[in-house]
Design a protein around this ligand. Structure first.
Ligand SMILES: NC(=O)c1ccc[n+]([C@@H]2O[C@H](COP(=O)([O-])OP(=O)(O)OC[C@H]3O[C@@H](n4cnc5c(N)ncnc54)[C@H](O)[C@@H]3O)[C@@H](O)[C@H]2O)c1
Length: 257
């Protein structure tokens, strides 16, 4: 099995990508440590993992937006078996102002989102990578987006209420950048740090958007996290990708071409 007996911490595990990664970790032999602010979601996921794969996962209720919150998550995670082989940072905190049109962005919400998404990616890395360094091994996966590598295709959004926030693009470009910075900073510690940039995930978007989006892709269009995203995360967590570090793997069915 690709992740045999490996303890993998997944933050934002109650969410779309986090839950599918947690399920796949169990499917491929690992033991998921599932963390989120949403305890109910974690309890449901734990049951689902147990039922489907007969794997007992560990629940950590916690908040990744403060250094103290991150420290608590990591302390609890370590307390289960004394080590963490890998971590996948899927938590996605958003302010009340998230999704506001560019012209109307408010300073407070902007700062909150930059800090909670990009700042937390840095602060989470700071603590988990020191744990990996002490252990002598570790594997960190960050989640960026196609919006971090290209300008949005604004024409896809016309006639819908949807927007692609400017701060999302900036945060996601930052996540790719910090992945490279950290991978190099931690050279020679038996630690790998990579990033994935998924395309859009199917989630009740308006048909007009879906049709336009499909035209910019090769075979699939909008993605499904179980089928298209989490298998790539498993690959990056496993020894199959042993020579890959500091990379951003784009999973977008050709959207960015
Ligand atoms: N959904 C997409 O189309 C898509 C596409 C590309 C990239 N991504 C990226 O994937 C990541 C996950 O997205 P998703 O679609 O799974 O989001 P989601 O909203 O489904 O899940 C996010 C999870 O994070 C948890 N969370 C929020 N604030 C938290 C906090 N302070 N501490 C701990 N947990 C917290 C939520 O409770 C939720 O369970 C994000 O970085 C997102 O930008 C998503």
């Amino acid at each position: 099995m690709f992740l045999s007996e490996q303890f993998i911490l997944i933050t934002g595990a109650s969410g779309r990508i986090g839950s599918s990664v947690a399920l796949d970790v169990a499917k491929y032999g690992g033991i998921p440590i599932i963390a989120d602010v949403d305890l109910l979601g974690l309890e449901k996921l734990k049951e689902q993992i147990l039922k489907k794969y007969k794997v007992e996962s560990f629940i950590v209720e916690g908040n990744i937006t403060t250094q103290e919150g991150i420290e608590n998550i990591l302390k609890k995670s370590i307390s289960f078996k004394g080590l963490i082989h890998g971590a996948v940072q899927c938590a996605y905190p958003r302010s009340k102002g998230w999704g506001t049109k560019f012209e109307y962005i408010k300073e407070d919400y902007l700062k909150e989102d930059l800090s909670n998404q990009l700042g937390s990616a840095i602060l989470f890395s700071q603590q988990i990578l020191e744990i990996f360094k002490k252990q002598g091994f570790g594997n960190l996966i960050n989640i960026s987006s196609i919006q971090g590598i290209n300008a949005p295709k604004f024409e896809h959004y016309s006639g819908t209420e949807m927007i692609s926030p400017i701060e999302y693009s900036a945060i996601k470009a930052g996540v790719i950048s910090l992945t490279k910075w950290l991978a190099k900073y931690y050279f020679n510690n038996n630690i790998r740090i990579n990033c994935i940039s998924p395309g859009g995930i199917l989630d009740k978007q308006p048909t007009s958007f879906l049709n336009k989006y499909r035209e910019s892709c090769s075979n699939i269009g909008m993605l499904n996290s179980n089928e298209h995203i989490s298998p790539v995360v498993i690959f990056l967590l496993s020894e199959l990708s042993i020579a890959i570090t500091g990379q951003n793997i784009i999973i977008d069915d050709g959207w960015s071409l």
